[in-house]
Structures are given as C-alpha cells and as structure tokens.
Write a protein that binds this ligand. Structure first.
Ligand SMILES: *[C@@H]1O[C@H](CO)[C@@H](O)[C@H](O)[C@H]1NC(C)=O
Ligand SMILES: *[C@@H]1O[C@H](CO)[C@@H](O)[C@H](O)[C@H]1NC(C)=O
Ligand SMILES: *[C@@H]1O[C@H](CO)[C@@H](O)[C@H](O)[C@H]1NC(C)=O
Ligand SMILES: *[C@@H]1O[C@H](CO)[C@@H](O)[C@H](O)[C@H]1NC(C)=O
Ligand SMILES: *[C@@H]1O[C@H](CO)[C@@H](O)[C@H](O)[C@H]1NC(C)=O
Ligand SMILES: *[C@@H]1O[C@H](CO)[C@@H](O)[C@H](O)[C@H]1NC(C)=O
Ligand SMILES: *[C@@H]1O[C@H](CO)[C@@H](O)[C@H](O)[C@H]1NC(C)=O
Ligand SMILES: [Cu+2]
Length: 629
C-alpha cells in the first residue's frame, strides 16, 4: 500500500470521514441505462413547455410541494431521487445532462477557451442548443442578475429542468414490475412536479431550516425497480464525472470533484459541512423570515421587488430590499465558499433548484397580490450572453436560451407571466385567491407565525415577542447599499446588536447577529477579464436587514425601554456594529469597503387585524447612518 493510501486511511480513521467514492448510482442490473437515456435524444431546438400532464386534487394542476411535504409521499419521493440520480449519471457530454443543464450559466463562458484548446474534450462544444452570443459577449452566461428579468428568466429555466426530470421519471416508473406496483409508480410519476425548499417558514420542533434530505447524509437508501439499494444522495452533491478543471477554472472550484457546501479546505480533499450550513441558516432564520414577509407584503412595485440594482430614484427607504437580494443571502449561507457562493457555478449544487423553486413560488404569490405591476423597460446593468449592458430590457425581451416553439422563438417575460402556462401551481397560488395568498403569507411568515412546536432554533430568540394583532408598532430596518464589485469577490456584511465574538468564523453563528447580507459576483477572474466583465464597476446593489426582532429581545430582557426613536436611536448608536468577511470567513476591514452605506430607518406599522389582511406601513423615516459610504 502506498504512503498516500495509508495517509488517506489514517485520516479516515482519525476524522471518521467517508472517503469520496467516485460515485454510486442506482444499479438497474440487466437494463442498459444508456438505452433508457438514448430515447431522450433532444430535438433541436429543444422546446421548453413545462409539464402538461397529471392532475392534482379535484382535477386542478399538480402542485410543486415543499420538499419535506413531498418526502411524506414515499412513492413520488423515490421517483424524485431516482430521477435526480439518473440525470446526474447522464454523460456530461450530453445536452440533457445535469452537467450541461445546471452548468448552463457557466459552461458557455468557458466554451471560448475550450474551443481554442481542442483535445481537452472529444468534441468542441457549441453554445447550448446553438443559441449564439451577441458579438463580444461570449464570456457571459445567459443568466440575468441585477436585472428586471431576474424572476421571469428563472421560470422557464426551472420548467426546463422540471420537464427533463419528469421525462426521466416516466421511464423509471416503467421499469418497476408490471401490476399494481408499476401502476402505483406510473400514477405518481404523471403527477410529479419539482419541490421547493422553504427556508423562511418555521420548521417542525427540533428540526433545522435546512432539510435533512438535503444535508443529512451523503448516501440514501432508495427502493428502486430492482429493490432497495444504497446510492449516493443526489441532493447532497453532484459529483462531476469527471471534473474538467478548464470548464470550471476558478480556484478553488477547479479542485472540487463534487459540489460542496461550506468546504473544509480548498483542495480536492475538501468535505462539505452541512451541519454548519444548517446552524447558520437557523441563526439567520428569524431575519430571513421577516425580510421575506416585508418584501411580500410591503413592496408593491415590481421594479424594486424583482432585483437588487440600487436605483438612484429609490432613495425611498422602503425600496432597498428585493427578492433577489434575499436570494443572494441563501446562496451565501448554503455556499460559504462552496459552489452556491458563486452565481455562475451555483446551479451544479442540487440545492440551487430547491432554492429557485422557492423564489419562483414567492414571485407567483407576489404576482397575485400585485397584478398591475410587472416588467417595465429598464436598462440592463450587466452584459449577458445575449444582451449588452445598457440595452433596454422589457417585457418582450427574449429569455434566451429557452425556446418557446420549434420555429426559434424564445420565451419572454410577458409569456412567462403565469405558472399555469408551464403546467404547475403552488398550494398558495392554485386558486389565485388574494385573501388565500395573504393568509398563507401571514401564517407562514408573519409576526403571528408560530413554530409547529417549540423548536430549539427559535425558542431562545422569539419567545414573548409577538405583537398583538391589529395594533400599531414600529418597524426598524437597516438599509444597505454598496458597490457590488467593491472587493471583486463575494462578501458578507454582518450586523450585530451588542457584543460579539472576535473570531470572524463565528460571526454567522453569533447569538447577537441580527442578520447578514451576502454580496455576490457572477464568477471569479479566471474566465473573464474581470468579475465585472464590461459592466459598470460602480453598480450599486442594495438590501435590507430588519432590526425589530432583535430590538424586541433587548426590550424583553430590560435593556431597551421601547421601540420609540428616542430610545432606539441612542441604543443603536452605542450598540449596533457591522463587520465584513469574504465567503470563506476572511475578515475585511470596514474601511476597505468605502462604498458601503448602512442607514437606519423606521416606520409606524399597523399589524394585520386578521390573517387575511396585510400590515400597513406608514412612510419610512430615515434615522441615523451607521456608515456613510
Ligand atoms: C376538492 O373537492 C372537495 C369536495 O368538493 C373539497 O372539499 C376539497 O376542498 C377540494 N380540494 C381542493 C384542493 O380544492
Ligand atoms: C461520455 O461520452 C463520451 C463521448 O461519447 C465518451 O467518450 C465517454 O467515454 C463517455 N463517458 C462515460 C463515463 O461513459
Ligand atoms: C440621483 O441622485 C442625485 C443626488 O441625490 C440627484 O441630484 C439626481 O437628480 C438623482 N437622479 C435621479 C435619476 O434620480
Ligand atoms: C393564471 O391563469 C389562470 C388560468 O387562466 C388564472 O385563473 C389565473 O388567475 C392566472 N394567474 C395570474 C397570476 O394571472
Ligand atoms: C395607528 O396608526 C395609524 C396610521 O398612522 C393612525 O391613523 C392610528 O391613529 C394609529 N392608532 C393608534 C391606536 O395609535
Ligand atoms: C447598549 O447596550 C447595553 C447592554 O444591552 C445597555 O446597557 C446600554 O444602555 C446600551 N446603550 C445605550 C446608549 O442605550
Ligand atoms: C485593518 O486596518 C488596520 C489599521 O489601518 C491595519 O493595521 C490592519 O492590518 C488592517 N487589517 C486587515 C485585515 O486588512
Ligand atoms: Cu440563484
């Protein structure tokens, strides 16, 4: 046995780590998997339709369910796991493989380098399904961020993924023994829709916000057509087959043979620390829930709701947050230096799809509450594969590379307006009832939302803090505005109330953390001239960290008298502080991010008198600036 192997084994013994196996996929025995997959050869163009089959209760559209709810249905869950396994197993040279679908934002960027160095791959890559870049924009993905198109672009992207997974699942169901068992799987397969992960709702007693199906174990036992087998958990990671470092050229991502979350190291021995991901999500859960609640209930302009670009005009203190900004924070907390931390690499991680389905659901709920507000012509802040920065994007801008028909027409935001167009709904949106959506938002995310039973993550933070229904209260927020490329790499901004541990690695777990904001960049510099490739390097992005829940705690222990500005302002001036780290916990001096402006604002808010009413916010009043940027 070589020295290296010995070392490896002793490491395993020491740390109890599971060795990184190449992969273990479901073994279909005599059935040649390539014949199952061959029949999937894509027509070109590949038309994104979503799934138009199956029926939910009373003949309504099948619903996309919360991932923990889907897990309660073992038949559908089995098919879901086997479908993911099959998709991840599909040869990454195939267009309809996990690698190419999820790598779509990234792979296009690197095609230019692959083309110029033939031999790395058996064949030169072409842009996905032959959708060509506009001249000069080869070094950009299709994905639209800091853009008015952020929510609708991801809708056909998810429908595309759902459609491919659905097709695989139909084939897998047919592999079960004929008779009642196959019938059961066939019925479940016809109703399959992708699940979402609700990172804002209060989880069941003792459970983490982070589902155990996603972060609990690298292996999973699945009851497939040939019986029970232990396979690699396709929600834990995607294993590159193989890793092609030139496709993923940014260090340390060019070292990682599988997708990682909060990686232990920056070399190929790195392991995911899903336990730490779960802990930091739980510590930030009250903040995330309030952010989502505030954005869903008090943002009525699509322009501000949809994306994080800071418009000069939005000096309105109640216009800094957005669904995209909250989205970034989940990327930051699930990545912590792993794939989710880098937008262009993030979709390789299976959790990306659960997260984006959640965002699509929030978008769908918001649409029902705000039917009059949608995409308005807005200048793009970044180049994408098909659009130039500065070019106006509108409701008819093509959402490339997603074909709507076989004549080469693309989906547009106008056409992607309604989820029913793609054959699905969410429980909250199925009946398009405004009061139904309001009630769901209040119950799940509102001030009266309760844990199903007292759960560890929340009992210490939220007891006795629930305001009475139908009364006036004061909401306090910290608005953040910063140059996205302030550091050219992603970073976190943490806000604390009171003392906190000196160690930057502990900040996201600190009991006095009020909340944090992750600032993303698309990729790193290896594949672009700079992370901001031909974009405006001074582009400002913004977000909001709610403060009220933390202030109420300080009131409940007797340190702070009330939520009135005369009490809160001096309290914050003395006790509120902020810190900055990179996504791997490296601390950054506050003075090194000169563009960062943090300002405090508050508003009188009438809490809903019943679960079918929204809160009413009076105008925000600016208070002090913590940092003047
Ligand atoms: C289905 O119909 C039954 C009987 O009319 C009704 O009680 C139930 O609420 C319906 N379910 C849904 C999801 O609409
Ligand atoms: C994937 O496909 C390529 C090209 O057809 C082939 O060379 C390679 O061996 C395949 N990989 C696997 C793991 O089957
Ligand atoms: C942007 O802000 C500056 C300074 O506050 C102001 O002079 C200018 O008119 C604003 N422009 C727009 C488009 O709102
Ligand atoms: C989507 O279409 C369905 C069916 O036509 C309709 O009932 C529903 O109101 C639409 N939803 C929105 C948000 O417009
Ligand atoms: C609550 O706030 C509203 C709106 O500002 C105001 O009209 C009302 O008088 C307030 N009610 C109480 C009891 O203070
Ligand atoms: C800062 O916090 C401490 C402890 O919570 C409190 O005693 C003190 O009064 C606060 N400072 C101000 C100015 O309120
Ligand atoms: C932060 O700034 C101080 C004073 O300017 C300097 O001594 C220190 O090295 C800086 N720390 C980092 C991590 O840059
Ligand atoms: Cu994302």
């Amino acid at each position: 046995m070589s020295f290296l192997l010995l070392l490896l084994f002793s490491c395993i013994q020491l740390f109890g780590l599971v060795p990184a196996l190449p992969f273990s996929s479901y073994d279909y025995g005599g059935i040649d998997r390539s014949t199952i997959l061959k029949r999937q050869l894509p027509p070109s163009p590949y038309v994104v339709t979503g799934v138009h089959a199956g029926a939910g209760l009373n003949g309504s559209l099948p619903l996309r369910l919360e991932v923990r709810e889907l897990e309660q249905d073992p038949t559908t869950w089995t098919l879901y796991i086997l479908g993911l396994d099959m998709l991840q197993y599909t040869n990454q040279t195939e267009m309809l493989s996990w690698y190419q679908i999820t790598g779509l934002p990234l792979l296009l960027i690197s095609h230019s380098s692959i083309d110029s160095s033939p031999g790395i791959h058996g064949r030169p890559f072409t842009p996905f399904d032959n959708v060509q870049p506009v001249p000069g924009n080869i070094n950009n993905g299709y994905c639209t961020h800091v853009s008015i198109l952020f929510p609708p672009w991801h809708r056909p992207y998810l429908a595309f993924y759902e459609q491919i997974l659905y097709n695989l699942i139909q084939r897998i169901a047919q592999l079960y023994p004929t008779g009642p068992i196959r019938d059961m799987y066939t019925t479940a397969a016809a109703n399959f829709r992708i699940p979402y992960w609700d990172w804002a709702a209060i989880p069941a007693a003792g459970a983490s916000v982070f589902p155990t199906s996603v972060g609990g174990s690298p292996y999973v036992v699945v009851d497939g057509p040939l019986g029970s087998q232990e396979i690699a958990n396709p929600l834990w990671s995607y294993q590159f087959k193989p890793l092609v470092p030139s496709d993923l050229p940014d260090f340390p991502l060019n070292q990682y043979t599988q997708t990682l979350r909060y990686p232990t190291t920056k070399n190929s021995f790195a392991q995911s620390q899903n336990n730490l991901v779960a802990q930091q999500l739980d510590n930030s859960a009250p903040s995330l829930r309030r952010r989502l609640y505030n954005v869903l209930t008090t943002y009525h302009s699509y322009r501000y709701f949809s994306n994080e670009a800071w418009f000069n005009a939005s000096n309105n203190p109640n216009g800094y947050d957005s669904i995209e900004s909250i989205h970034d924070q989940i990327h930051g907390l699930t990545g912590s230096g792993g794939h989710m931390s880098y937008i262009d690499y993030s979709a390789f991680d299976p959790v990306f799809w659960l997260h984006h389905a959640m965002l699509d659901r929030c978008f769908a709920m918001w649409q029902i509450l705000n039917p009059g507000s949608y995409v308005v012509p807005t200048a793009a802040t970044y180049n994408t594969f098909n659009n130039y920065a500065g070019e106006t994007q509108n409701v008819n801008t093509a959402l490339t590379p997603f074909y709507k028909d076989s004549f080469g027409n693309y989906w547009t935001s106008a056409e992607a307006y309604n989820t029913t167009t793609f054959g699905y709904a969410y429980a909250e949106t199925a009946s398009s009832s405004v009061t139904g959506v309001v009630a769901a938002i209040n119950t799940l995310y509102g001030p009266q939302a309760q844990p199903t039973a007292s759960s560890k993550a929340f009992e210490t933070r939220e007891s006795d803090l629930i305001p009475d229904a139908g009364t006036n209260t004061t909401e306090w927020i910290a608005n953040i505005r910063v140059k996205r490329f302030a550091l050219n790499v992603p970073f976190f901004i943490y806000i604390f109330l009171g003392i906190f541990n000196e160690d930057p690695a502990s900040w996201s777990f600190d009991p006095n953390l009020v909340g944090s904001q992750f600032i993303t960049v698309k990729g790193l510099s290896a594949i672009m001239d700079s992370p901001c490739n031909k974009c405006d390097p001074d582009q400002m992005v913004s977000g909001t960290i709610p403060l009220t829940h933390a202030l109420l705690q300080h009131i409940s222990v007797g340190n702070l008298k009330s939520l009135a500005p005369k009490d809160v302002n001096p309290y914050l001036a003395q006790n509120l502080s902020y810190r900055i780290t990179l996504s791997d916990d490296t601390p950054i001096n506050n003075s090194d991010v000169a563009s960062l402006k943090i300002s405090i604002a508050c508003a009188n808010v009438q809490t809903p008198a019943s679960s079918t009413e929204l809160p009413t916010w009076d105008d925000m009043e600016g208070q002090m600036d913590v940092s003047t940027g």
